[in-house]
Design a protein around this ligand. Structure first.
Ligand SMILES: [Zn+2]
Length: 205
């Protein structure tokens, strides 16, 4: 696996991003816990959540945020909201295309894991993103300000009530990302309405 750590460091360095790798003293002995994860541990949040990478972004793809920047976003979040997240995993969304293939990230409820997806990237742009998020700096800002807080909002909501209808969980996640109170029914109702206006009755893509 060393080769792909090096590959990853080089590819991030090429984008001007330095990575801090958390390897053991000898570089190969992984802790037992790490085998349960979906990728190699690059760093951990201050709460101890491992930030991992399944593989470097494929040719023609790039991650919209670095693992260290994702860590910085999570480090600022309240302990109560992030407690219980098992892993934040940088990965390819996978083939065949699923409804997740246009997503920046995803919360996997059954595994309490946040996935951050590599994105098609060409000529210095995230070519399949919403027009306002194609620029790498805009995409990174979008990840920091909305996407990652939204996924943490999913975790928080599912932790409080594992049986929420998906649209309610989405609305609570949006409220959390907007730094509003996800427990306030009027706030949640507003986000449900916004989602139905944007995405139709189901309120999600
Ligand atoms: Zn969501």
């Amino acid at each position: 696996m060393a080769w792909f750590r090096e590959y990853y460091r080089h590819s991030m360095a090429a984008r001007g991003i330095s990575t801090t790798l958390s390897t053991s003293r000898y570089g190969f002995a992984k802790r037992r816990h790490d085998y349960l994860l979906h990728g190699h541990v690059l760093t951990k949040t201050r709460h101890g959540i491992p930030i991992t990478i399944q593989k470097p972004a494929a040719p023609g793809k790039s991650y919209p945020i670095s693992p260290n920047d994702a860590k910085r976003v999570l480090d600022k979040m309240p302990d109560a909201a992030v407690r219980g997240i098992k892993e934040v995993n940088f990965r390819d969304p996978g083939i065949p295309a699923t409804k997740q293939d246009k997503a920046w990230a995803q919360y996997v409820r059954t595994e309490k894991r946040i996935n951050i997806f590599s994105q098609p990237y060409k000529g210095g742009k995230f070519i399949e993103a919403e027009p306002e998020n194609r620029d790498p700096s805009a995409a990174e800002e979008h990840m920091k300000e909305y996407v990652i807080p939204h996924e943490v909002g999913h975790h928080r909501a599912a932790k409080k009530d594992p049986n929420l209808p998906i649209i309610v969980e989405e609305a609570k996640a949006d409220a959390f990302a907007a730094k509003q109170n996800p427990e306030d029914p009027i706030t949640v109702e507003n986000h449900i309405n916004n989602r139905q206006l944007m995405f139709g009755d189901k309120g999600t893509i």
